[in-house]
Design a protein around this ligand. Structure first.
Ligand code: HEM
Ligand code: HEM
Length: 180
């Protein structure tokens, strides 16, 4: 399989990033809800830092994905036998997914910077602080982080639901992202 996307096919670079990110994001959504309910203490601090580390790596991955799609554009959505409203919805969901894949980690990073604690990737690399130390910023951006994760969940349901429905109707949308 080619690395680059073709006029009607996804190459392995796009597929690998897509499925790696899909798996990690589903895990992070569950993990985020889990840590949200915890009382922070010395014994569970590592979970917050694991969540931040994976979240920042996902931010790097989505940027790489957008750069890669400039170099090797993905094939257009398959249109055969699909109503115009469905195509419009599918495109809107793709744009929303990309926007949320940027907004979710960015708001997490801003809110975490506002706590005044160092934000690190796997206790090894300290990323720059991108917000003033402020309780107001912390509360606002954690609220936005929570809100955007809910919108991301809704977009994923529409997106994965659409892909499965199209597959059940016999078209190649899902197959060209998974198989040959
Ligand atoms: C794609 C990446 C990410 C996903 C899917 C994600 C998901 C979530 C979710 C679902 C929650 C629970 C929110 C709620 O229900 O209010 C959460 C909380 C949290 N997230 Fe993320 N997150 C991501 C990236 C990040 C990043 C990059 C950081 C910081 C650098 C971060 C820091 C936090 C923190 C500290 C909490 C706990 C907030 C609290 O206890 O009030 N997240 N995340
Ligand atoms: C869980 C998180 C997921 C995220 C964040 C996500 C994100 C995306 C994005 C942004 C694209 C657009 C790629 C492009 O630029 O063309 C895409 C394409 C695609 N995704 Fe997902 N996806 C997820 C899960 C899934 C799941 C679970 C399925 C299958 C059930 C799926 C099936 C597909 C297919 C078939 C395409 C190609 C659509 C086309 O041909 O235009 N995705 N995904």
């Amino acid at each position: 399989m080619a690395a680059r996307n073709g006029p009607d096919s996804f190459g392995w670079v796009t597929r690998t990033i897509h499925w790696l990110m899909a798996l990690a994001i589903l895990g992070m959504l569950g993990f985020g809800l889990y840590i949200e309910d915890m009382e922070p203490s010395l014994s569970n601090l590592w979970m917050y830092s694991a969540h931040k580390s994976v979240g920042l790596i996902l931010l790097i991955l989505v940027i790489l994905r957008l750069v890669w799609h400039r170099i090797s554009p993905p094939p257009p959505i398959l249109t055969d036998g699909v109503a115009l409203w469905q195509l419009t919805l599918a495109r809107a969901v793709h744009v929303s997914l990309y926007a949320l894949l940027l907004l979710v980690p960015l708001t997490g990073w801003i809110a975490s910077s506002a706590t005044g604690l160092d934000v690190m990737i796997f206790d090894r690399w300290t990323v720059p602080s991108i917000a003033p130390v402020s309780e107001a910023w912390e509360n606002t951006f954690f609220a936005l982080h929570g809100l955007f994760t809910k919108l991301l969940m809704a977009a994923i349901v529409l997106h994965a639901g659409g892909a499965v429905l199209r597959h059940l109707h016999g078209d190649r949308t899902l197959r060209r992202m998974v198989g040959r």
